[in-house]
Write a protein that binds this ligand. Structure first.
Ligand code: NDP
Length: 313
């Protein structure tokens, strides 16, 4: 980098993200001794790095002619990946704080169903002493063994659950029985009592949990989906809950967000809805990831967490 260069960063995201990211990002870049200007409005042709929330604030990326990368502050980039004007290298957020948050959400919701909390919290009458199964007797499947799914599978395994995982390419994870590819799907779902879905939306994963695949789960199974809404066929899920094959669904992500007030999930007695809060990005850790990628770009090193346009995630 030339000694008199000042790196121009456009930060395009709603106020709440700017307010939390700006101080940490500024401090991290100062620590790295990188002269930087971070602005919320800028001529796209002047931008060296676009730091952005991929939420349609920018729909035409063709003006970013000298930018070295587009750095997303969110993990999920499926929608923006379909924008043909975005040809820059695209890095998504892989945030240690977000990973911790997702592990906490998933473990909490798995334990809710595993120990039967609803039975005791929602009903205080009776004295029915039925011992719940131990974790090692409960089969949990984690679909998606990436940054988040891998961490959740490990955490569940450390609690002794019989954890199975599924990814596109073969993987090895201590304490997790790993399955891969289309041919591994049947095996990962067969007899599963709790399925946790942490997959991105791609043409291969859309409607993956449908009437046929849900039928492979154990009777009374629970579906937990903090990944992406489009991975579930909504009508098939409701049908499987209504006919008693499934026990419950805990959903954090939806095809349409915010989830419409009149959506059948909202009033369904066997569905728990949370408003896409399973794991929000944490500026205190995520801004450092952005700063590191800007430093890498300036040093001519490969960017971290680049998205594969070929794979779609
Ligand atoms: P990663 O990209 O790190 O991991 C994705 C995983 O899915 C990988 O293991 C990948 O397999 C697997 N996968 C992709 N396609 C297929 C396929 N066709 N068949 C089998 N496996 C497949 O993603 P993250 O772990 O970071 O995120 C997971 C999801 O969580 C994303 O959809 C993200 O948007 C969402 N998310 C939700 C949040 C919330 O608050 N609700 C917060 C943050 C993220 P392989 O390992 O072989 O590549």
């Amino acid at each position: 980098m030339s000694p008199d260069r000042t790196v121009q960063v456009l930060f395009s995201a709603p106020d709440v993200f700017y307010d939390s990211f700006f101080p940490v990002l500024t401090a991290a870049l100062a620590e790295a001794q990188l002269p930087t200007v971070i602005r919320r409005e800028m001529d796209p042709a002047e931008v060296d790095y676009l730091v952005f929330a991929p939420n349609d604030l920018i729909t035409d990326f063709s003006g970013f002619v000298r930018a070295r990368a587009a750095l997303s502050i969110w993990a999920g980039v499926d929608r923006v990946l379909r924008n043909p004007t975005l040809t820059l290298p695209l890095a998504r957020m892989v945030d240690p704080g977000q990973r911790e948050g997702m592990v906490e959400y998933v473990v909490a919701h798995v334990l809710r169903h595993h120990v039967g909390m609803d039975r005791y919290i929602l009903s205080s009458s009776g004295w029915n002493q039925v011992a719940p199964r131990l974790a090692r007797q409960r089969r949990v499947a984690v679909l998606g063994l990436g940054e988040l799914g891998g961490a959740c599978a490990r955490a569940l395994s450390s609690l002794n659950f019989d954890v199975h995982g599924w990814s596109r390419r073969p993987k090895t994870l201590d304490g997790v029985t790993c399955h891969a590819g289309a041919e591994g799907l049947e095996a990962v779902l067969a007899g599963t009592a709790i399925v946790v879905c942490l997959l991105p939306t791609t043409p291969q994963t859309e409607n993956l949990l449908n009437a046929e695949t849900l039928a492979r789960l154990a009777p009374g199974a629970v579906v937990i989906n903090p990944g992406r809404g489009a991975v579930i066929d909504d009508a098939a899920l409701i049908a499987a809950l209504d006919d008693g094959h499934l026990g419950h669904a805990t959903l954090d992500t939806f095809r349409i967000e915010p989830l419409p007030e009149d959506h059948p999930f909202r009033a369904h007695p066997k569905v728990t809805v949370s408003p896409h809060v399973a794991s929000l990005v944490r500026a205190e850790t995520a801004a450092r990831v952005i700063a590191e990628n800007i430093c890498r770009g300036e040093a001519g090193q490969p960017f971290l967490h680049l998205v594969s346009r070929r794979d779609g995630y």
